[in-house]
Design a binder for this molecule. Structure first.
Ligand code: B12
Length: 235
């Protein structure tokens, strides 16, 4: 019978795992069901031979919460959960929701606002250079300069504010395996720049021969109409 993914050092010991290949940090409780992105991504990685442990809803005020499974060999995957953390926390009229369907007992307050950014910053307190790959709805919809309803501001890509290395946006089944294989082969995460459905950061524009160049964050901030243009160019 298939076991649950390790959530503690004890679980790792039982499975004879000294060091995990990947640690997956998630804003939702761990529910091992295929309607949950976390279960899909972790099980797919497992299927391809990688060991994955999961830290659901870490205490973001405690650096140790990110260390409970030790340092992963290849990197971290991070997701806010099934929904954007701000949608999860607030109603459209910006009232705090009292109930969180993706937390044990429906308890609210077990994840931070802007969870992807907070979790990545937490990881970076301990692991300055370990590869971090972010994904799920929050990271996907915030992958470029975007309008943030909650702060009524245009925000830059979540890749910059989180300090993560790569965004795997949309469905992650294929790209996470490609990323894992690259890291396992010894590639530097900075060189993983060519996988479909991913975002990386660079100052080098020499690759842009056939590229569609969208208006920059600064341009969009200065002129709202450019946000529409960016959306149209991006579809
Ligand atoms: C089914 C569904 C529901 C069901 C949920 C059933 C359940 N038991 O979970 C119901 C009808 C109850 C529902 C309710 C709501 N929903 Co709904 N729902 C959906 C829907 C249609 C599919 C979600 C799903 O299960 N997908 C399957 C999973 C496996 O996909 P996934 O989570 O996206 O994961 C994939 C990728 O994101 C990626 N991935 C995921 N995690 C990670 C992590 C990493 C590291 C990586 C690399 C990749 C990765 O790979 C995964 C596999 O391909 C989506 C729209 C859509 N088409 O996505 C809206 C959607 C998620 N819902 C939404 C909303 C707003 C709500 C409600 C708040 C509506 C309301 N006003 O009440 C409520 C909230 C419910 C709650 N829990 O509090 C929004 C969320 C918007 C946002 N920005 O977060 C969505 C996106 C619809 C939309 N376009 O507006 N919903």
């Amino acid at each position: 019978m298939q076991q649950f993914l390790p959530v503690s050092k004890e679980d790792m010991k039982k499975r004879g795992i000294q060091q995990l290949d990947f640690v997956y940090v998630c804003g939702d409780a761990y529910v091992d069901h295929p309607s949950f992105g976390a279960a899909i991504i972790c099980r797919i990685l497992e299927l391809h031979g990688y060991s994955v442990g999961i830290i659901p809803q870490p205490d973001w005020k405690d650096d140790n919460s990110i260390n409970i499974l030790g340092e992963p060999r290849l990197g971290f995957f991070v997701s806010a959960g099934n929904m954007d953390s701000m949608v999860n926390h607030y109603s459209v009229s910006k009232h705090h929701r009292e109930y969180d369907n993706y937390s044990p007992g429906g308890k609210a307050g077990l994840r931070p606002d802007y969870a992807t950014i907070v979790y990545c910053n937490l990881i970076r307190h301990t692991y300055k250079t370990k590869p971090i790959i972010i994904g799920g709805i929050e990271a996907s919809l915030r992958r470029l300069a975007h309008y943030d309803y909650w702060s009524n501001k245009v925000r830059r890509s979540i890749l910059l504010d989180s300090g993560a290395d790569i965004i795997s946006y949309g469905m992650g089944e294929r790209s996470v395996v490609e990323i894992a294989d690259c890291l396992a082969s010894g590639m530097d995460v900075k060189d993983i720049t060519y996988i479909d459905g991913t975002v990386y950061k660079t100052r080098d524009k020499s690759f842009t021969e056939d590229a569609i160049i969208l208006p920059s964050f600064e341009e969009i901030k200065a002129d709202k109409k450019l946000m529409q243009k960016a959306s149209i160019l991006n579809t």
